[in-house]
Design a protein around this ligand. Sequence first.
Ligand SMILES: [Zn+2]
Length: 304
Amino acid sequence: MFDEDEQYPGGRHARQDPVGRRGLLKAALVVAAAVPGLAVLADHLLRRGHDVTAPQAAPAGRSPQSPPVNRPLVSRPTQVVLPLAGKVIVLDPGHNPNNIDHLAEIDRLINSGGFLKACNTVGAETDAGFPEWAFNLDVARRARVILRSQGAQVIMTQNGHTPYGPCNNRRAWISNHAHADATIAIHADGGPPEGYGFAALVPLLVISSISDNKAIIKPSGELGEATVRQFAQATGEPLSTYLGADGIQERNDLCGLNLSTVPKIFIECANMRNASDALKVTDPTWRDAAALGIANSIKAFVLR
Ligand SMILES: [Zn+2]
């Protein structure tokens, strides 16, 4: 963007080579001396220093006869509005690196929307022992960088620094309390070895004494559809061969979806028990692509 003052005709043009034009005007005075009126006009223009060769339109509110003003060229700060400015995104990396040392705490049963279920679990792992929590956390951190660069406020439910969990009801509370525009719980599955691919897990209606997720069913479904498109495009990962249909699985047994009051899905990015998918989840370059897919899914959803 340019500063409008740079375009002001009384500024730059009036400062360019006035001497040469004055010489021409003097010559015109001599030639036109015998013509009454013309000499007077030329003399008038010479005294005013006007540019008679390049008349310019006057800016609004300024008379064409106003003297030139040499304003200082002040550059105004350029305001860049990032696409996700003002949006609150919660990334919920499944499990926790320290869950394994706190089995008593994470096995504690909690009300998960009308039924009891463990507070949290240790998660899956590849046959070679690469843990799901490491995949989830790494992808979440990478996605956070992308989303923040686009202006979003990003909250993570855990960042590997807490002893365990948090419990799944606490994870839901974090998103609800933040009034998140979108939440994705990031996971990789421990499915049948022959199965592969990714899926978005979306909420079914669950109304209980502590929950009512009716308001989030439709937008969460839209977030799921956006994720099917964007994650496939960013990673090339096929749709799951064993979870749901067309990359979508509806669930009513996940505490994090049952207790949510803001649009939320889970993504199972790949099957850690499948040999081909295991190579992907252990590859940092693929995790970068997975993070981009998740960030693009959120962006597509909140800007829809
Ligand atoms: Zn998981």
